[in-house]
Design a binder for this molecule. Structure first.
Ligand code: FMN
Ligand code: SF4
Length: 678
């Protein structure tokens, strides 16, 4: 596809970017002690090898010590960062990929009780809701120091051989100066727009003095805060023009919105169920009016939308960031005419939500992302072809089947239901989580291409399995909802899956007792709330929905903050009794021995999942390894060689929720790392 607009080069000053696809800045929280070491490099090189035009490394690399990372960012204020970045840049350059880095000072978007325990600093004392620090209002000597810090960091990036830098100005220190909502300084850095922008231009001037006129410098900024009293679109346009006219900036990377709250952040970086490419037109309008190199990315998950963004001339470079976490080989697949094989980003936002909880960014359904030094994205062929039987066609089972087939094995999947998907299919019943089914559909398509045989409506019995003469059996049968807790009348309650699947209609006055804090509870709650029923969501935890991370919670809250819904944390369902035509729920707590009552007509419980592994235990006596997994070998990536039963004719493993209740990523990682060594 020689004329594909996405594959046309883009000339940015002296730099020819070989195509229009980029990863915008994103910190996957892989640094070691603030340095982009082997994994960091391998992550970017994997995408460079596959042909991405530009990778904006880091995300919020810290320029100063009083900008302590909130999610394990690169410490650009340390000199030792230079050789690490040079290695990364050189390695990506070998594949023709341009490399830049995003630099920032987080301002109030951090905490004071981290790293060196320095006060957070901003252009006001106003606290940011998400990170909770009440910042110090910058003094003159702070501002002088911060300008120097930016310039020092830029000089380090220049020394590391990067193609350029991008300054972050949405929700961070730079635009905390810009916005009237977060700047209470007096002149010369507060008051008029000129004054509020002064810090930025002082920084740019200082940077240019260090790196010269050629080095590429851009700004990623909000062009409209979408907050009453904040920067509006007119000011955003004005700022865009001033950045261009300064002559110190080479590209604009347009964002719309504000990120000081979870809902604000989620509107800037939309998750599944939210519209695709919501800010593309806005970015396009800035490009049209300012006529300057413009980058943009926000929920552009599919190549068609990315192509449209470029072909229509809305922007010059288009970001597909999470899409590249889900599939690092997008560009290669476009070039090879294999677009339909791209592993889709389903917007689950597991990646981003995890970093805000202190974890590394992992993709919900690509377990090799973020593990490039140990897990391959391209599955190698096995030396010897084996017959592999997988029981269960949920995400874990299908991943095992896909990987085994890629390795060249002969693979059969037995599925008890008439369709694949397991709990993912159930979850995808919610309109908002519909995109989840792509986790299954992509694997089904891959399995079909690779010749995997899937037998539906096939309840596996041990004898049937043995008659298949497998070399390896992988039990991926998942789990089912825990239905009973001692003392709670099992026959009087329904569970969240009953509501989700539509088997049980919501009542009129409903108590939903959520002991697991996971998605099914809130998905069921959404269904119940929508009927107008009076709904109380109760949990013994100190916060509700403890397993649902920040940005994933946003759409639920938008659906559930209505007059008929209440949340009651820290209380526990003790028992349920019949009371005429209704139910009497007795309530206690873990803190006190209470006997509160609720009169309702339906109690929905969400106790979590228990493994469904009968077939595993039936097969265990016949397996050579007795089901044992050598964890050491699993971790270091060696084949499983345990023998517990000399007469056993096959190896037996179980993965995912069939072992213990976990999540989709865990099931897929179980499958990948086991199967990759079969
Ligand atoms: C794990 C992760 C970390 C991110 N960190 C940053 C960051 O530090 N700075 C930034 O400007 N954007 C950051 N982003 C936002 C991305 O640059 C991008 O705007 C966002 O993911 C939306 O684009 P997409 O839909 O193509 O993923 C991050 C995104 C992810 C997934
Ligand atoms: S976790 Fe979800 S949003 Fe993040 S890359 Fe994977 S599929 Fe996309």
């Amino acid at each position: 596809m020689a004329q594909d607009p996405l594959l046309q080069p883009f000339q940015l000053k002296h730099l020819t970017i070989k195509n229009r696809l980029m990863m915008t800045a994103h910190e996957p929280a892989y640094p070691v002690d603030g340095m982009p070491t082997e994994l960091y490099r391998a992550y970017h090189v994997e995408r460079a090898k596959a042909g991405i035009g530009l990778t904006m490394t880091a995300g919020s690399a810290a320029v100063a010590k009083d900008s302590p990372p909130v999610f394990n960012n690169i410490l650009a204020y340390k000199d030792e960062v230079v050789p690490w970045l040079r290695e990364l840049t050189d390695a990506c350059h070998e594949h023709g990929t341009a490399v830049m880095i995003q630099l920032t000072h987080l301002g109030r978007r951090t905490r004071w009780d981290k790293a060196d325990w320095l006060p957070a600093v901003s252009a006001s004392h106003h606290r940011e809701a998400s990170h909770r620090a009440f910042p110090k209002q910058a003094e003159d000597w702070d501002i002088d120091r911060l300008i120097r810090d930016y310039a020092d960091a830029a000089e380090r990036m220049h020394a590391a051989g990067l193609d350029g830098i991008e300054l972050q100005a949405y929700g961070h220190l730079m635009d905390q100066f810009w916005s009237p909502l977060t700047n209470t300084l007096e002149a010369p850095y507060g008051g008029s727009l000129d004054n509020r922008l002064r810090f930025t231009f002082d920084v740019l001037r200082a940077i240019r003095e260090r790196v010269g006129p050629e080095f590429i410098v851009g700004v990623r900024y909000t062009g409209d805060e979408q907050l009453p009293g904040g920067l509006n679109a007119d000011e955003g346009l004005d700022i865009s023009r001033r950045l261009k006219d300064s002559g110190m900036v080479d590209f604009l990377n347009v964002v719309r919105g504000h990120i000081d709250t979870d809902p604000g952040l989620t509107d800037v970086i939309p998750v599944q169920g939210m519209p695709s490419a919501p800010h593309l037109d806005f970015a396009g309008e800035i490009k049209r009016q300012v006529d300057f190199p413009t980058f943009h990315g926000a929920k552009i998950q599919d190549v068609g939308t990315a192509r449209f963004a470029i072909e229509s001339g809305k922007v010059d470079m288009i970001g597909m960031t999470r899409a590249h976490m889900a599939d690092p080989h997008i560009v290669r697949k476009i070039m090879e005419g294999r677009e339909e094989e791209i592993r889709p980003c389903v917007g689950a936002n597991y990646c981003l939500d995890r970093i805000y909880q202190g974890g590394a960014a992992y993709c919900i359904h690509n377990a090799a992302t973020g593990r490039e030094t140990t897990m391959p994205h391209d599955i190698p062929r096995a030396g010897q072809r084996r017959r592999i039987l997988v029981i269960g066609a949920g995400p874990g089972g299908l991943e095992a089947a896909r990987v085994a087939a890629e390795r060249g094995h002969d693979v059969v999947v037995l599925e008890a239901m008439s369709q694949a998907g397991g709990q993912v299919r159930l979850s995808a019943q919610s309109e908002r989580r519909r995109e989840m089914i792509a986790i299954i559909d992509w694997r089904l398509a891959q399995c079909e291409k690779l010749g995997v045989e899937i037998r539906y409506n096939c309840w596996a019995e041990a004898d049937d399995v043995r008659q298949e003469n497998p070399d390896v059996v992988i039990v991926a049968t998942g789990g089912y909802p825990i239905e009973d807790k001692p003392g709670v009348g099992h026959d009087l309650v329904v569970n969240s899956w009953d509501i989700l699947s539509g088997h049980i209609k919501p009542g009129h006055r409903v108590l939903l007792f959520d002991d697991a804090g996971d998605h099914p509870a809130l998905q069921a709650a959404e269904i119940i709330a929508r009927t107008g029923a009076e709904l109380e969501i109760m949990t013994p935890d100190r916060t509700f929905s403890a397993e649902i991370m920040a940005m994933n919670l946003v759409p639920y809250m938008r659906a559930l903050q209505r007059p008929n819904v209440t949340f009651t944390p820290t209380y526990r369902l003790k028992s349920v009794e019949r009371n005429g035509n209704n139910l009497l729920a007795r309530i206690t707590s873990d803190y006190l021995d209470l006997d509160h009552e609720r009169h309702v007509d339906q109690v929905v419980v969400n106790y979590g999942i228990t493994p469904m592994a009968d077939i595993y235990f039936d097969l265990k006596p016949h397996a050579s390894n007795g089901g044992e997994v050598n964890y050491e070998d699993l971790i270091v990536g060696k084949p499983q060689t345990v023998v517990r039963n000399e007469d056993g004719r096959f190896q037996l493993f179980r993965i995912g929720d069939a072992v213990e209740s976990r999540n989709i990523h865990a099931a897929i990682y179980d499958a990948l790392r086991l199967t990759i060594d079969l």
